[in-house]
Design a protein around this ligand. Structure first.
Ligand code: CP3
Length: 336
């Protein structure tokens, strides 16, 4: 919380994106007992347990709510399934009628079990461990809705943003309003920090990045800061490249997440000294472990020493990661 308020802290705090997940045998055991992934996300006892597992094992400085960015459209009545080995499958949003069919009034009743999880997790966590709530940023959620799932190039989404700007803006506006309501409810339930995952921000041109990434993120950050002055906002504009600078100044987030491709030395010059940086060890370096992981980690620590920095990966932890390597990373950062 001090780092996110703009204070350099040494050694930096550490948590990892996707720190609850398939690389942990205790996660796989709980997952095997749930009927499907959405049930895991919406059964408070199970979601609470998997949120706490990495905290018990590694003592991270923050827990992140176990859920998924696609729970938001699901909560608006948009169909969603997670298929084994295929990932998320949704209908392909294509028309204004599809946007009008979203049901914002269903949001809070649908996410009631998620909010219950937040309350249970906050009550179970040590006082010194922060709880991070999150939502998918509007653009990245729109990507999955328009494509009907993941995509190599998000061609349908990029084309729609050019060919049907009014429709795209309407969808982004809807998702912005619902993200504000959803994150506010997570804060009311006990989240100390909120994070916006914009995993596909990097596929947009500079102008579309301003319209669909910076503008909605600024609206969300401003709404959170107005209502909850002490709650910091972390933004993760993955693969945004040099647009990281306009993202930091244009959105007003308290912390910018750096993806694996970002040079932390350059990021420190692009982003003002009061805005924290988060990241950005390559998840594959954590899979490899050993001296390579140590070298990469030390370079990041040195580059950001003296400015507010939250140590993390540059993207989510990979399922083939050895839990022993994660323990070694935590020791390395804590011993810096
Ligand atoms: O970080 C955390 O530990 C919190 C939980 C969390 C999950 N997904 C759990 C999850 C968070 C914050 C997310 C965010 C998310 N979900 C993003 C943004 C971050 C990123 O990775 O780029 C995106 C794009 C999604 C959408 C999504 N969810 C996909 C594409 C998939 C399938 C890919 C995969 O890894 O299987 C998911 C499923 C998912 N979400 C899993 C987990 C642990 C794996 C499901 C399983 O256990 O089988």
């Amino acid at each position: 919380m001090r780092v996110l308020a703009g204070e350099p802290v040494w050694p930096p705090p550490i948590w990892l994106m996707r720190q609850a997940g398939r690389y942990l045998p205790e996660y796989r055991a709980v997952r095997a007992g749930a009927s499907d992934f959405i049930a895991l996300c919406t059964t408070p006892d199970l979601a609470t347990e998997v949120t706490l597992q990495p905290i018990r094992r590694f003592g991270f400085d923050a827990a992140i709510l176990f859920s998924d960015i696609l729970i938001l459209p699901w909560a608006l009545g948009y169909e969603l399934a997670f298929k084994e080995a295929e990932g998320p499958v949704l209908p392909q949003l294509a028309t204004a009628a599809d946007v009008e069919a979203l049901e914002p009034e269903r949001l809070l009743p649908s996410v009631a079990p998620v909010l219950e999880t937040v309350r249970h997790v906050r009550a179970a966590l040590p006082a010194a461990t922060a709880l991070i709530g999150f939502a998918g940023a509007p653009f990245t959620v729109a990507c999955y809705m328009i494509e009907g799932g993941g995509s190599a190039d998000f061609a349908r989404t990029r084309k729609l943003a050019y060919a049907e700007p009014a429709l795209m803006h309407r969808l982004i506006d809807r998702l912005t309003d619902t993200a504000i309501a959803y994150l506010g409810a997570q804060i009311e339930a006990g989240a100390d920090i909120v994070m916006l995952f914009d995993s596909w921000a990097g596929v947009l041109s500079t102008r579309l990045f301003r319209d669909h990434v910076i503008d909605p993120t600024r609206r969300i950050a401003a709404a959170i800061h107005t209502r909850y002055a002490s709650v910091p906002v972390i933004g993760f504009p993955r693969l945004a490249g040099l647009s990281m600078a306009s993202y930091a100044t244009g959105t007003g987030v308290d912390c910018v997440g750096m993806d694996t491709s970002v040079d932390p030395v350059l990021a420190a010059t692009l982003v003002g000294p009061r805005v924290a940086l988060q990241g950005n060890l390559d998840p594959m370096a954590l899979v490899a472990g050993g001296a390579a992981m140590e070298r990469e980690t030390e370079a990041i620590l040195v580059a950001l020493r003296g400015r507010p920095h939250v140590f993390n990966l540059g993207h989510g932890i990979l399922p083939q990661t050895s839990p022993e390597h994660v323990g070694a990373l935590v020791d390395l950062v804590r011993g810096a």
